[in-house]
Write a protein that binds this ligand. Structure first.
Ligand SMILES: [Zn+2]
Length: 124
């Protein structure tokens, strides 16, 4: 039989765990936002290791679409060459910008739907 004391201790433990989990995601989101702002002011292009690629969707320049890992659900798909600072034409509007809210694009992380396809460049 579980005592009232054990039950209350379990609740306290659960509340503490939820606070830790919440803080973990807040910090992760804050770091992702800081990283994004740093990219936007031109200080630090992303690398392939920083990005999640689309399974098959590409920018009209030919590069795969991608987004930074840990970004928020209100983020967007961008041209990976643009994110990596490798786009020949750097005007953002020359490359795809597709908000998650309006476009359903299969990512390489959705293994089954992606059928193991990715637009991630192969290591040379
Ligand atoms: Zn592009």
């Amino acid at each position: 039989m579980i005592t009232e004391d054990r039950y209350r201790a379990a609740i306290a433990q659960k509340d503490q765990a939820e606070a830790t989990i919440g803080e973990y995601f807040r910090q992760k989101a804050a770091n992702a936002e800081k990283r994004w702002q740093s990219f936007l002011i031109g200080n630090s292009p992303f690398t392939d290791a920083d990005l999640v690629y689309s399974a098959g969707a590409r920018c009209h320049c030919g590069a795969g679409l991608a987004y930074p890992k840990d970004c928020m659900p209100n983020h967007r798909w961008d041209c990976s060459d643009f994110l990596k600072g490798k786009a020949k034409d750097t005007a953002p509007l020359r490359h795809e910008i597709l908000p998650f809210a309006f476009y359903s694009i299969i990512s390489e992380l959705q293994k089954e739907r992606a059928r193991n396809q990715t637009t991630r460049p192969q290591p040379q």
